[in-house]
Ligand binder design. Structure first.
Ligand code: AP5
Length: 206
C-alpha cells in the first residue's frame, strides 16, 4: 500500500509524472486542481472559488480539506493513492495527518519536483490539455496529435502564472521543511526530458 505526495511549483511536471507513478504502483491520482476543474466544467464550482483559481490564488483550506475528505472515502483509495497538488499549505498538511491517523494509514513519501522558477512560465504558457483524454502536452516538447481536443487553461496566462508561482513560494514551499522534519521528503531534479525525470523519480521511490 503506497500513500504518496507530489509537491512542486506550478509547471514542475506533477501531472506529467503522476501518470507514471500511478501506473507503477497501481494507485489512483488525486489532483485537487483536476477535481476543481471538473466541478467547474460541471457548473457545480462555487463562483468565488472559480474567481480565486482563475486569478492564480489558492482556494481556502476548509473547502479543499472537505473535498479531499470526501475523495478519500471512495473505495478506489483503499489500496493507496497519490496526492498531486494537495496539501498546499501547512494547515492542509496537518489536516491530512489527522485524516490519515483516523484511518490508521501512514504516508510513505513526499516527492518534491525541483525546477527553477525561470523555466516554469514557458512550460505553462505552451501547455495544452486534451479534454477527451486528460493528457498533458507541450506545443514544442511534446506536441499534441492532430485529433486532440485542445484546452488552454484559464490560469496559464503569463501574469496569472507569476501569481501562482508567488503563491507557491509564499504558502506551499513551507511544506518542504514540514516534511523534511518528518524524514519523508525526497527531492528530485525536475529539469531535463520527462523520461529522465521519471528515471530519477523511480530511483527516489525505490
Ligand atoms: P493545479 O491544477 O494543482 O495546478 P499547479 O499546481 O499550478 O500545477 P500545474 O497543473 O499547473 O503543473 P504541473 O506541475 O502538474 O505540470 P504539468 O505536468 O502539467 O492547481 C490549479 C489551481 O487550483 C491553483 O492555482 C489553486 O487555485 C487551485 N488549487 C488546487 N489545489 C489546491 C489546494 N490544495 N489548495 C488550494 N488551492 C488549490 O507540466 C506543465 C507543462 O510542462 C506541460 O506542458 C508539460 O508537457 C511540460 N513538461 C512537463 N515535464 C516537462 C519536462 N521535464 N521538460 C519540459 N517540459 C515539461
Amino acid at each position: 500500500m503506497k500513500i504518496l505526495i507530489l509537491v512542486g511549483p506550478p509547471g514542475s511536471g506533477k501531472g506529467t509524472q503522476a501518470e507514471f507513478i500511478c501506473k507503477k504502483f497501481g494507485i489512483p491520482q488525486i489532483s485537487t486542481g483536476d477535481m476543481l476543474r471538473a466541478a467547474k466544467r460541471a457548473g457545480t464550482l462555487d463562483k468565488k472559488y472559480l474567481e480565486i483559481m482563475d486569478s492564480g490564488r489558492l482556494v481556502p483550506d476548509e473547502a479543499i480539506i472537505e473535498l479531499i475528505e470526501g475523495r478519500l472515502q471512495q473505495p478506489d483509495t483503499g489500496g493507496g493513492f497519490l496526492l498531486d497538488g494537495f496539501p498546499r499549505t501547512v494547515p492542509q498538511a496537518e489536516a491530512l495527518d489527522g485524516l490519515l491517523a483516523k484511518k490508521g494509514l501512514t504516508l510513505n513519501a513526499v516527492v518534491q519536483l525541483d525546477v527553477p522558477r525561470g523555466l516554469l512560465e514557458e512550460r505553462l504558457v505552451n501547455r495544452r490539455t486534451d479534454r477527451k483524454t486528460g493528457k498533458i502536452y507541450h506545443l514544442m516538447y511534446n506536441p499534441p496529435p492532430a485529433d486532440a481536443e485542445l484546452e488552454h487553461r484559464a490560469d496559464d496566462q503569463p501574469a496569472t502564472v507569476q501569481k501562482r508561482q508567488d503563491a507557491y513560494e509564499a504558502q506551499t514551499a513551507a511544506l518542504l521543511p514540514y516534511y523534511e522534519a518528518k524524514q519523508l521528503l525526497r527531492r528530485v531534479d525536475g529539469v531535463g526530458k520527462p523520461d529522465e525525470v521519471t528515471s530519477r523519480l523511480e530511483a527516489a521511490l525505490a
